[in-house]
Design a protein around this ligand. Structure first.
Ligand code: GDP
Length: 525
């Protein structure tokens, strides 16, 4: 049943996300990659702060004010017979849940590191999520045009802090003002930073690891130093091992400078070659569905408000896991058992030049949504009947009581809350007996975005009363006894009516655990 055409198409897909600490250069490198690819299609905004095309959505004022990115988007381009899908992730850690879900939809990740700063807090956190998924990780050490740390030291840090083997694909020749170029170990050549200083030649081939004949670079002392370092890492370092890379146990390391577009193309060429094609996706039962399976299936990993404030519809981003998407096709929405027609889809992904009518496993499609989809939903065609694994959800730590300021606006208040909850922008709870609304978040900024969007998109002014930090723990409904509620905790239910306690602090939780040893207290992630 494998259709050779489908296989060929699927195999050409490279779907990945870039992870980094804010300011390491994720946006800059993304834009360079898009340039190389001719940026054929894009969905969502490509970072408004740089391209100036995001002022379309008013709630993103918050993002503008703070100069951070709250949104994610999908960008697609073709390069070297490959179709590349870059999934962008928000930089601010208050939206890390969003990032985590996006990482469930990719086949590999690129980690961008600032050469002067090394591995920073958020890089480490995100790295661990990627590592847990066991997908390949590629490293780009950025900002070589500035003085940074020694390359050897950076590789050591990778191994020590992240516990991953590294294999340098190239090696910097100098840095900052003294940057001469890259020793491209992988391609046995030197790439010059300022080719105009070397008779315009950008690349010089190496013979037995050296430049043949006379060359002005050979006169500089850095030349010998670099030959020595490269020999050292070749002999004493880890050996290139594709299997380890595929398991995420070794990371190929590239050096470069995104801002000056140096080393980015070399990176891209090797990346599309080494990065994995779409893999089989696991379902709830632990079985996996082959991407070459003819029938379409996929899951919703992100829901985003439409960029256009005049239309309040949303976009559900679907990662295709098997088969082919065709415009207008009917699929089943597993959770509800409802049939859905996927008609208003690919236009969104395409720019004026090309209209995508078809997408295959590995691709991401944006489905217009009027409130039918939720994060984690599986869509499938025909008899496939699969349910993909649940997406990670964080245990919120911050809580607010929330009410509508204007009682006449209850309807829009409820609509707004439910839609934002479905989007995964915020989590919703109610007090168990009195049904008062409580919203939960991982980061404070989520509340601000919530308040802003409620007003701007649903015309509902909300009053939020901080409840501060709480420890949320779910319990088995069968074990619930309302008398367990005390002044040190709040008994609540989540949006699926499952009971949980919001404990004031660790002490209150331990007291509870001692008093009710038979009750298991469960957290999310
Ligand atoms: P993000 O927060 O990771 O998306 O980082 P950006 O791409 O927005 O970059 C943060 C800052 O670093 C910006 O001012 C960039 O111009 C700058 N930057 C990015 N790449 C380089 C580089 O290769 N060299 C230098 N000198 N600056 C860079």
């Amino acid at each position: 049943m494998n259709n050779p055409d489908l296989k060929q198409q699927v195999d050409s897909r490279r779907t990945f996300a870039i992870i980094s600490h804010p300011d390491a250069g994720k946006t800059t490198i993304t834009e360079q990659l898009l340039l190389f690819g001719g940026a054929i299609r894009q969905a969502g905004t490509v970072k408004g702060k740089k391209t100036g095309n995001f002022a379309k959505s008013d709630w993103m004022d918050i993002e503008k004010q703070r100069g951070i990115s709250v949104t994610s988007s999908v960008m697609q381009f073709d390069f070297d017979d490959k179709r590349v899908n870059i999934l962008d992730t928000p930089g601010h850690e208050d939206f890390s849940e969003d990032t985590y879900r996006t990482l469930m939809a990719v086949d590999s990740a690129v980690m961008v590191i600032d050469s002067a700063k090394g591995i920073e807090a958020q890089t480490k956190k995100l790295f661990q999520v990627v590592k847990r998924r066991g997908i390949p990780i590629f490293t780009f050490i950025n900002k070589l045009d500035r003085d940074g740390r020694e390359p050897l030291e950076l590789l050591e840090e990778l191994e020590e802090l992240l516990d991953i083997e590294s294999y340098p694909m190239n090696w910097p020749i100098g840095m900052g003002k003294g940057l001469e170029g890259l020793y491209d170990i992988d391609n046995e050549r030197i790439e010059f930073y300022r080719p105009e200083q070397y008779e315009g030649e950008r690349f010089v081939k190496l013979t037995n690891g050296e430049i043949a004949g006379d060359h002005p670079l050979k006169e500089k002392s850095i030349y010998e130093d670099v030959l020595g370092e490269v020999e050292l890492v070749r002999e004493a370092g880890d050996q290139f091992d594709l299997e380890k890379i595929e398991r995420g146990d070794q990371t190929p390391v590239f050096f470069g400078s995104a801002l000056t577009n140096f080393g980015v193309e070399t990176f891209l060429e090797r990346f599309v070659d080494l990065a994995p094609k779409p893999h089989a996706h696991k379902t709830e039962t632990g079985e996996a569905v082959s991407p070459y399976e003819e029938e379409f299936s996929g899951f919703v990993f992100k829901i985003q408000a439409n960029m256009n404030p005049n239309h309040r519809d949303r976009i559900a981003f679907v990662r295709i896991c098997s088969g082919t998407f065709e415009r207008g096709m009917d699929v089943m929405l597993g959770r509800t058992g409802k049939k859905m027609k996927l008609s208003n889809v690919t236009q969104f992904m395409a720019d004026a030049r090309e209209n995508v009518e078809e997408a295959v496993a590995g691709d991401i499609i944006g489905v217009y949504d009027t409130g039918n989809y939720q994060i984690g939903d599986t869509l499938y065609e025909g008899k496939l009947k699969v349910a993909y694994e649940e997406l990670p959800s964080f245990t919120p730590e911050l809580f607010m009581k929330v009410t509508a300021k204007n009682v006449m606006k209850q309807k829009s208040f409820h609509k707004g809350i439910y839609q934002l909850v479905q989007e995964g922008a915020i989590q919703l709870y109610k007090t168990y007996l009195t049904d008062e609304y409580i919203i939960g978040a991982v980061g404070q900024l989520q509340f601000e975005v919530f308040q802003h969007r409620m007003l701007n998109e649903y015309n509902a002014e909300v009053v939020m009363t901080p409840m501060g930090n709480k420890i949320a723990r779910w319990i088995d409904p069968e074990q619930l006894d309302e008398r367990m509620s005390s002044s040190r905790n709040i008994l609540a239910k989540d949006r699926f009516d499952q009971p949980l306690f919001l404990f004031e602090n660790q002490f209150a939780m331990r007291w509870f655990a001692d008093k009710y040893p038979e009750v298991e207290l469960k957290s999310l992630m």
